[in-house]
Design a protein around this ligand. Sequence first.
Ligand code: ATP
Ligand code: MG
Length: 400
Amino acid sequence: MQPERGRKFPEQFFFEYKSNTQISLKDFIELELPEILQLSPKQLKGSFDRGNVKFYSEYGLNAIQLRKSIGHIEAGTMVSLGKNVEVIRGFPKIRRTLLLEPVLKKYFKGEIALEEKMNGYNVRIARINNQTLAFTRGGFICPYTTKKANELMDMEEFFNHHPHSVLCGEMVGTDNPYVSHYYPEIGKLGFRIFDVREKNTNQPWPILEKRKLLEEYGLPTVKFFGIYDKSEAAGEILDIVKKMGEEDREGVVMKDPNMKIQPLKYTSSQAHVSELEYAFSYPFDLGQAFFFSRVIREGFQSFEMDKSDAEIKLRAHRIGESILQPMLETIRIISDDKVAAEDLLIEVDSPDEAEDFARYLRSLGVIATVVDVRNGKAVIRRLHQSTSDKIRNFLNGGLY
Ligand code: ATP
Ligand code: MG
């Protein structure tokens, strides 16, 4: 899970804008930004007053960060300031379908392009001021992701030819500080691109053009299952997702081949269950936020996918264990006088790098410390305070 927190707003910040004129951040937001983002000055001001527009200064980049969406502009949008103002738009939310059969026919036009949905964390990569930077979902430049993305892929030529494009993809693998998940073809760390979008407009490339483009530059993409006619897609997708679950894979994203309609996501039972397992390891930090929606997903998936009582029983068993077992384990840990903690593994070149990353996490409000660095790996321990405190209190006779 990605933690994110904003910064204070400097009233007195000036920067060079257009033909060498200096402009204050305040004037820029009032006078120029509405036009750039196609928002009304009133909308922007409201958002600014509520503290949802932050100033961000990192990697020599001065930017405005949108913490929440404003009108059609997505949360996580970054406006890079300077003579050339560039907008790296936030990655749009993908809506979920609980049932395939009734939804696909109603929602899509004719055909559906099917891609694998990979379980990692969302990253947007863009070239700004000659640097290739990696942004997390909320619009923060993550030092680990930026370094690793540049090591994992040679994006030089791509950005030379497409400086206005943004590569959107998933950082996946086990040495992953936000979402650690094992994929046999990836192992420790890998990157898979699912969208190419344009700066300022967020216009996505159509599916087949995107795949061809990325192939031309030798850039890695998510698995593509093909294009299906919407009338027969539901059955096929149910089978595919069932099999994916058995291989511990997350699910699929269904897209309009022309990317004119917003994509939809659909995930496997095993993905729901592994999220419950994670959440109920830290029940008082994450349990509530995760619980209801995962159970609802299982209910509807069972209705559409399960063909026998045995399959329903198996699902019920799986979901029950995913809630009870991790919670029990954590209660035992606390009763042994230890704390609820999660160890994140990252690859580092030096102890300093590990400390840098832990500092970055703390700047976002996470309680994290480096507990071990050896053989190019660092273990960073993240504490789940509410879980430790509450469980300890109950073990000491506190009332619920
Ligand atoms: P949301 O996107 O709805 O805000 P979320 O942040 O909780 O949801 P997920 O439920 O994981 O994230 O689903 C959306 C995410 O899936 C995308 O933001 C993206 O990072 C990821 N993803 C993985 N594979 C793909 C793919 N092939 N196409 C689009 N997104 C993908
Ligand atoms: Mg995800």
